[in-house]
Design a protein around this ligand. Sequence first.
Ligand code: GLC
Length: 714
Amino acid sequence: MASPDTDVSDLVDSLSLDEKCSLVRGAADPEGTATGYVPGVPRLDIPEFRLADGPLGIRIPGRSSTAFPASIAVAATFDPELARRQGVAMAREAKASGQHAVLGPGLNLVRVPNCGRNFEYYAEDPVVTADFAAAVVEGLQSEDVIATPKHYVANNQETKRLVVSAEVGERALRELYLPGFEAAVEAGAGSVMTAYNRVNGTHMSDHRRLVTEVLKDEWSFDGYVVSDWFGTESAVGAATAGLDLEMPGISLEALHEAFGIDPDAEMLEEGDDESIPAGETTTPRFATELKAAVGRDRAGLDRLDDMVARILGQMARIGLLDGDWDDGGALDAPEHRDLAETLAARGTVLLKNDDGALPLSDDADVALVGPGVAEAMLGGGGSSEVTPAREVSALAGIRARTDGSVVFEPGVERVVTPSFFDDESADAAGDDEDAGDDFPGGKTPDIDAAVDCAREADVAVVVVRDATTEGADRETLRLPGEQDELVEAVADAADRTVVVVQSGGPVELPWRDSVDAVVESWYPGQADGDALASVLYGDADPSGRLPVTFAPEESYPTASEERFPGVDDEAQYDEGVFVGYRHFDTADADDEPTYPFGHGLSYATFEYGEAEARGDDAVAVEVTNASDRAGREVVQAYVRPPAVAGVERPTRELAGYAAVELAAGETETVELSLSEHAFRRYDDAEGWTVDAGDYVVEVGRSSRDVRVETTVSR
Ligand code: GLC
């Protein structure tokens, strides 16, 4: 049988110019299910091709699917195998919905703690980001669904995302911002989505060096490059830079109509200085300019043929061209629900636990306080929104788990997460009596009532949340509304106070010294209440670890306006590679982190034996669970490079990690492979360089809790 490549090149030769142009741009989906749609060419049995959001689950207008936890929660598991399984599950849900590509994973580095889309991304560290991006890609592609790592590259803020230029040096690009995408390509991603922003002055959709010379030539990427929605600046500029597919390929009005997107959604308003600059347009470029442009010369026609071949090549790869695409799959399958709960529970981070405040006893009487406890914290606003078929709120989860009483008080006004799809999400979620404006049982926001019920209970559990969204960054890392006041008031009155934080990234916790325990559960998705209850009552050991640093807002390296959100549409990335713990661990950092990268407590206690180097790229250490209950430890290894004159390097860089489950008293020898990424550095003149010398390998529980060390020589 002819190889798909042969079929594809024959097909390209058989297509007319108009047919070729119709395959490299989006159109309105007659079925109205896809986020991006490419009509086929029936004359040549080329089927239609559908792309659907997003990183937290499959979004189909008016339909429900499994709402997985936020990507940052998945990264907090430090267990990429779970992410691979999520990729498989999302692929099966995509297939069940007739979607051939998923617009995810989102993997931009968490550079700015305020970024409205941090919840959709993984970490401040490139090794964690690369591991999780690759795992999700492997899962998706293993089920013949095309993965679309996004947003290539340096889309690290939402403020003026359509125009801001990331002024970033080659070393930071190579060491921090590109590795996740390179790993995703190596894992077999069939497509990559370009970012809206500029990099060093050039829009990513027009960025020939990064799209063609790096992504396609250096990394041998043979899939297609798709624009973000309305994210093209020109037809010829984009096509010659290496863009292969323009989305959505239709006008803004047609998009609103076809997909029911809220016309007020900031990201799409023309002329607003926060989004598409005045004078620019969302009129599709390829539909109006490409044919004329490519018709002019051989080079244009060759590029168009390559664009078509890349798209058809991925369709052939998943079996679409020979009618072999398995559109089986399953929506809301039990194993998907279980996985969503496992991800949420494993990603839950125990930040503080004084005097064994947690786990709760089964018969404890609980005062459950917080404006959001009656609805699951599904995610942030924007294109990643998913409407689940079922969801468990904190209130429902704790009521189902405890033998004690549960009294609920909202305490303060509801915190609303903006939505791009208000009407649609309400419809698909059904008439959930807990949703909407009023609280269950006719409760009203009243801090005094919350304090009174906390005073009467054995323990007060206060659930607080932030509200982040695509299209906007957070103006502050403080929690919205009067939630901080609520926590302080409850903590003053209660015998024991546990605070559960549901956030999309780092937040300030000014009351942390006044409470007994703090749990970070991120956006846990549809399984919110069940996952939370399993951790609070000790059924699951809190095994999450911070994939981002929590610190005072003004201490982050991006706290200056020039760096974020930028001045005159330019964000200066002159912190270089000193992002996150790479900054906080340097000698001149002004502040200590509140909670460092990799931090997370367990209900068990772990003891570390000596670390032993295994060659020059692995380390082994004996870890013992010295407690009387099962526990899950994330063993982490960081590399400290030798000093080299004239070279500034981070004090330490994460090289490897492993999440291990240990029964009470159990000892396991954990072997960690050490990523080359932690040894090498990018030299603008020499390229990748590994300096000769002794590298200290630190092994421990976090970037700041190092238990043992060894050395490897390079
Ligand atoms: C949005 C997002 C992108 C999403 C796409 C389609 O603007 O930036 O992540 O996949 O459009 O909804």
